[in-house]
Write a protein that binds this ligand. Structure first.
Ligand code: BT5
Length: 232
């Protein structure tokens, strides 16, 4: 097990997706960074788009112990990205269950945890320099949201530090051990949401990473995963 993530490291100018370039036979912490992806991936077969040279795009190899619940890793990654952005920008950052990082109500980063060969390839994309025209609706970049850019190499090293520390805590104690970085940043809390056909008010993210939704008659439905529609 490692706290320092990022070794060995492969930097590429362009690839389909950094997720595909991670060799799972390498030790935990192996990193792939790309300047551009031609087929960047989101969850559920969706795509992740960013013009060359505008975003931080990387994947890191993790080998969590079998007792840990892998889907929680996209939340752990979100916590680490939020830690890093708050430190660098001095602004508060939210996490939108299950895998989005939000700044000023816009999606500024996305995380993707994919299980492969008894390991997990964790991909993170952070929008850094894109203009509004280069972003999908309801998305923002550090540039569009703060009016200033950010050095992608510095951002990567800060995110890797925070991820190393949050991941190490999660390995030992699960989501409970990193919950201080999640509960107070819950973007959906109190919002009217629909997930997998369940409509209600998002109450909280529980300590197993499920979204709790308050529905009619005071009942609570816990959702493991899914796509969220919410009132803005
Ligand atoms: C995610 O999926 O948010 C996970 C994104 C992970 C991307 C990283 S980049 C490095 C690594 N290599 C990869 O190939 N992937 C990882 P999801 O929640 O499914 O969001 C995808 C949706 O977000 C799309 O359907 C678009 O609507 C939207 N989207 C696409 N590009 C975006 C961007 N740059 N910023 C914000 N939203 C975007």
């Amino acid at each position: 097990m490692t706290e320092k993530l990022g070794e060995p490291r492969l930097d590429v100018e362009s690839c389909e997706s950094t997720q595909l370039l991670v060799d799972t036979s390498l030790p935990e912490g192996a990193l792939v960074v790309a300047d551009h992806q031609t087929a960047g991936r989101g969850r559920l077969g969706r795509s992740w788009e960013a013009p060359a040279g505008t975003a931080l795009l990387f994947s890191v190899l993790l080998k969590p112990p079998p007792e840990r619940h892998v889907p929680e890793l996209s939340l752990v990654a979100g916590i680490a990205v939020a830690d890093a952005l708050e430190r660098i920008l001095g602004l508060s950052v939210q996490i939108k269950w299950p895998n989005d990082v939000m700044l000023r109500r816009q999606k500024v980063a996305g995380c993707l945890a994919e299980a492969r060969d008894d390991a997990v390839v964790l991909g993170i994309g952070v929008n850094v320099e894109q203009t509004t025209a280069e972003l999908p609706p309801n998305a923002g970049s550090i540039r569009t949201l703060t009016g200033r850019g950010c050095d992608r190499a510095d951002l990567l090293s800060t995110v890797l530090d925070d991820l190393g520390s949050r991941y190490s805590s999660w390995r030992k104690g699960g989501l409970d051990a990193v919950y201080d970085g999640l509960g107070p940043r819950d973007f959906l809390r109190g919002r009217h949401v629909t997930v997998n056909g369940t409509t209600g008010i998002a109450a909280m993210i529980d300590r197993e990473g499920r979204l709790e939704i308050s529905v009619a008659h005071g009942d609570v439905v816990k959702v493991e995963s899914g796509e969220v529609a919410y009132a803005r």
